[in-house]
Design a binder for this molecule. Structure first.
Ligand code: NAD
Length: 495
């Protein structure tokens, strides 16, 4: 097979002189500072975007404040209609958005189409449905009256205002959609700051949002590095930050938000997610499960598993089966529809993964499969299996965010639980067994925001998602996000 041909609209978009997206339109930056966007499949610069300056940030906040005035007064049904229309436009522009995503992130084209566009449209429709269902409640006050007077009370859910949505590079389209959908369905306006590595699709989606009928200023995009993200959080005109990214940056963002003006912050952070295979597990299903849990999008998924615990009697045959499967994965160009395993998203990340391979060797871990970067201009690394010596080894403790499955054997169920929970993080975990009764007894003991049984990494818009421990604060999806994007106002009446 060969690469799909880039659509003319993709080539035209890449060649544009990109500014920010402010006040419903493309807006040139106030500075000439530019950031190159590099295709990680071949190391070539494919586009350049602007570094957001303080003046750009000021302009975006003014725009978002004006947008908020209009959008928060728009009826819930009209808000839903715009979001439903935008979901349709994502699908109509599916191939263009998927190709843009693939050339900026190295994600294989099939994943860009199925997840970054199709799934994003599903999520957007789910959120749009909430616009007409967000309500306060009536309350009967509890204290006795003094002289026969009566009281009644109710609550109003009011949008928090201007939201800053800060997005990482791994699912730059879908995560941007989660953020703009949460903000817009609750009546907030939003300024998205995409990752400096993957800023392109959201610039195009902002144009589609205008086409869908979103009023100017309700959605803005400021491109640039972390500095522009910080300037947005620090700005007195922003009211909430919704951040997705790494733990160290999340802590910095949380501090900035508190120091700025107690800005509300939700933090969806990284992790070091565990998989526990119980002794009765079918090894073929387990090996397939590890591909799903650890190697999709080259392991660059926040919920992906990196720590795998198998019973001592099964660990060798399991790693052998996994190695056989990894050996058949077709590694290649992400634009080739037959490719199953593409590059990682940027050079720095490839170098970070190489450093992890070195650490594993220095700590005398066994490299069962892979363990090298792949030579060439692209950012490729081999899918890798590592057998650690102890639970203290680096590869079992630090998030690699790459295609590296690190294994450790256990002997008893108590030891398995201890190993799974022995991490400062708690985003997701899975257990694999035919014994559902045992699985249901273990679930409450596992310290993670999401626990899957006989599956891993599947996110559904109806099911809340977020981390415990150092993996974050707050939840996305379900009804859980509503608390984070609205203020509860209490009203009491005497009669
Ligand atoms: P990152 O933390 O390096 O960057 C994330 C975003 O924050 C980028 O847009 C960046 O420009 C911005 N940023 C950097 N410094 C900032 C600052 N001081 N103030 C404001 N913004 C700043 O993360 P990344 O490398 O882009 O993404 C990978 C990480 O994201 C992994 O750790 C992964 O686990 C995590 N992640 C978590 C989830 C989740 O839902 N929990 C989802 C996807 C990714």
């Amino acid at each position: 097979m060969s690469d799909v041909t880039l659509l003319p609209s993709v080539n035209l978009f890449l060649a544009r002189d990109h500014g920010h997206f402010i006040n419903g339109t493309c807006s040139p930056s106030s500075t000439s500072a530019k950031i190159k966007v590099i295709n990680p499949a071949n190391g070539e610069a494919i586009a350049q975007v602007s570094e957001g300056s303080q003046a750009d940030v000021d302009q975006a906040v003014l725009s978002a404040q004006a947008g908020f005035k209009i959008w928060s007064k728009t009826s819930p049904a009209a808000r839903a209609a715009v979001l439903f229309k935008l979901a349709g436009l994502l699908e109509q522009n599916r191939e263009e958005l998927a190709q843009l995503e693939t050339v900026q992130s190295g994600k294989i084209i099939q994943i860009s189409r199925a997840f970054e566009v199709d799934q994003a449209a599903h999520f957007l429709r789910y959120y749009a449905g909430w616009a007409t269902k967000i309500n306060g409640e009536t309350i009967t006050p509890s204290l006795p009256s003094f002289a026969g007077e009566r009281y009644t009370a109710f609550t109003l859910r009011e949008p928090v205002g201007v939201v800053v949505g800060i997005v990482p590079w791994n699912f730059s389209t879908m995560i941007a959609i989660w953020k703009l959908a949460s903000a817009l369905t609750t009546g907030c306006s939003i300024i998205i700051k995409p990752s400096e590595f993957t800023p392109l699709t959201i610039l195009r989606i902002a144009e589609l949002a205008t086409q869908a009928g979103l009023p100017a200023g309700a959605l803005n995009v400021i491109t640039g590095s972390g500095l522009s993200g910080k300037a947005l959080i620090d700005h007195p005109g922003t009211n909430k930050v919704s951040f997705t990214g790494s733990v160290p940056t999340g802590i910095a963002v949380g501090k900035s938000a508190m120091e700025a003006k107690l800005t509300r912050a939700t933090l969806e952070l990284g992790g070091k997610n565990s998989v526990g295979f119980l002794r009765d597990v079918d090894l073929d299903k387990a090996a397939d499960g590890i591909i799903e849990a650890g190697f999709l999008h080259s392991g660059q998924i926040c919920a992906a598993a990196e720590r795998f615990f198998a019973h001592r009697s099964q660990i060798e045959p399991l790693m052998e089966k996994l190695a056989q499967r990894l050996a058949t994965l077709k590694i290649g160009s992400p634009l080739d529809e037959s490719t199953q395993f593409g590059p990682v998203t940027n050079k720095q990340h490839q170098q970070k993964l190489e450093a992890f391979f070195k650490t594993a060797r220095n700590e005398s871990n066994t490299i069962v499969f892979g363990g090298n970067a792949i030579d060439g201009p692209g950012c490729y690394v081999e899918p890798t299996i590592i057998l650690a010596n102890s639970a203290k080894d680096t590869l079992l403790n630090e998030e690699t965010f790459g295609p590296i499955a690190t294994f450790l054997p256990y002997d008893t169920d108590e030891e398995l639980l201890h190993l799974m929970n022995d991490t400062p993080y708690g985003l997701s975990a899975s257990i694999w067994t035919n014994d559902l009764s045992k699985a249901l007894r273990l679930v409450p003991e596992i310290e993670a925001g999401t626990v899957w049984v006989n599956m891993h990494t599947m996110l559904d818009p109806a099911v809340p998602f977020g981390g415990v421990k150092a993996s974050g604060i707050g939840r996305e999806f379900g009804a859980a996000f509503i608390d984070d994007y609205t203020e509860l106002k209490s009203v009491m009446i005497r009669y």
